[in-house]
Design a protein around this ligand. Structure first.
Ligand SMILES: *[C@@H]1O[C@H](CO)[C@@H](O)[C@H](O)[C@H]1NC(C)=O
Length: 415
């Protein structure tokens, strides 16, 4: 997919595959130039040898988050490595130590975003939030979105709506479970998060037959021709002037709408999908969680942590790849950007503004899924044999769909 590469940057805030940040070196160079004027020696991080024109693109491969650590190991730069994507220098940050350095100590520098042509085209001249250059437009657009869509108050006010959507999801699974039908979680979960976001942001759902792309296209059309707020009152805040005279123009509105959907739907459903996959692959953990959740919904915090595992052995011990959510019970690790060994939402100024939104949906949904059902794989497949390959894309989702056979456990219907 052509949009994958330019959107890598957009995904950084939500992509928890590794403690890995792409940053355009231009900023770093300009900062180290400044530093060297003050007498400090500017050092370039190590780079693998590069080809003319291609740079290191041929070495990056299909799964950059997997090849980067291998490259860094080979070419001797565990913390930082300088690659070239074509002629564009790209700094790869591979450890929590370096991530802290880049995102905290040099927060201001890393808060900027590269000027990528494709992203510009897709995201209306980067007038969105995720890809906008660091500056006044970004500050104000983000402020508006947080205020009207992502604030704790707004998220709390949508509590009933979320519960209702989770209830619908559970009921759909229940219906299949009653007839022993296979449940395709890879299909169900994205519908669920789409519905939640649509209802929160637009105040209504669209029926299952509306292709999401068409819906977005229609929405964008509205922005161009008419006043969005008149048709979707929930979005009228996008067009209102704020007291300090900031307002989004047509492109700005479109870009922000696109951001909300890109940032809030796939990320959330992919997270749920992986969490369910890991749990099915590790029946011991599943059982423990089910016991806990069935005793009382409450201890669900572990799960969100469990999912976004940083994989640096220096931080995570001998088996960083293993799904051991218990490790988070011992180590107090903040996953909201304070502790850099785990940054599923990014960190610093550009950290994800939708953290509360994501957690509110994921925790309760997952708790309900594991509380109300026991889960098996089709055809008697054992959990340990479940294929965990990821595919390339904005949110590194599962390569193969997650097909499951649920059986109903609790007779109690969710409210
Ligand atoms: C499961 O859903 C995914 C995503 O919609 C789809 O690509 C896949 O074909 C479905 N698989 C089955 C067996 O229904």
């Amino acid at each position: 997919m052509a949009i994958v590469v330019p959107l890598l940057v957009l995904a950084a805030g939500v992509f928890a595959a590794a403690v890995l940040v792409l940053l355009i070196i231009r900023n770093i160079i300009s900062s180290s130039n400044k530093r060297s004027q003050h007498g400090n020696k500017a050092r370039r991080p190590p780079s693998p040898p590069k080809l003319p024109i291609l740079g290191n693109l041929h070495q990056v491969g299909k799964y950059p988050h997997r090849t980067f650590p291998a490259l860094a190991k080979l070419y001797g730069g565990p913390d930082l490595m300088l690659l070239h994507f074509g002629s564009r220098p790209v700094l790869v940050v591979s450890t929590s130590k370096a991530a802290r350095e880049v995102m905290k100590t040099n927060d201001l520098i890393s808060a900027d975003r590269p000027d990528l042509k494709t992203a510009k085209k897709l995201l209306y001249d980067n007038k969105d939030i995720a890809n906008a250059r660091y500056g006044e437009h970004w500050r104000q657009a983000r402020r508006l979105c947080v205020l009207h869509l992502l604030s704790n108050k707004k998220i709390q006010s949508c509590h009933a709506l979320r519960e209702e959507e989770i209830g619908l999801l559970v009921n759909r699974i229940r219906a299949s479970a009653q007839t022993g039908q296979e449940v395709n979680l890879s299909a169900l979960l994205p519908c669920f998060t789409n519905d939640v976001i649509c209802r929160m942001a637009l105040g209504r759902k669209y029926d299952g037959n509306t292709v999401f792309r068409d819906l977005l296209a229609e929405l964008m059309e509205l922005v161009v021709t008419l006043s969005v707020g008149e048709f979707i009152p929930q979005l009228s805040w996008l067009q209102r002037d704020s007291p300090d005279d900031f307002h989004l123009d047509g492109d700005g509105i479109k870009a922000v709408i696109l951001d909300m959907f890109i940032g809030g739907t796939d990320t959330t459903s992919t997270l749920l999908e992986w969490a369910m996959s890991e749990l099915m692959k590790h029946p011991r953990v599943m059982k423990k969680l089910q016991e806990e959740v069935r005793r009382e919904v409450g201890g669900t915090m572990i799960l969100t942590n469990a999912w976004g595992i940083g994989r640096d052995p220096a931080d995570w011990g001998v088996s960083p790849d293993e799904f051991q959510p218990e490790r988070f019970l011992q180590a107090k690790v903040d996953f909201k950007g304070q502790d850099f060994q785990l940054i599923p939402f990014g960190a610093g100024r550009r950290c994800c503004p939708g953290i509360s939104f994501g957690l509110a949906v994921v925790e309760v949904a997952l708790a309900n899924l594991v509380r109300d059902f026991d889960w098996k794989l089709p055809g008697g497949m054992r959990g340990e044999d479940l294929d965990m390959s990821e595919c390339v894309g904005l949110t590194a989702r599962r390569d193969l769909p997650l097909l499951t056979i649920p059986t109903i456990v609790s007779a109690r219907r969710p409210t």
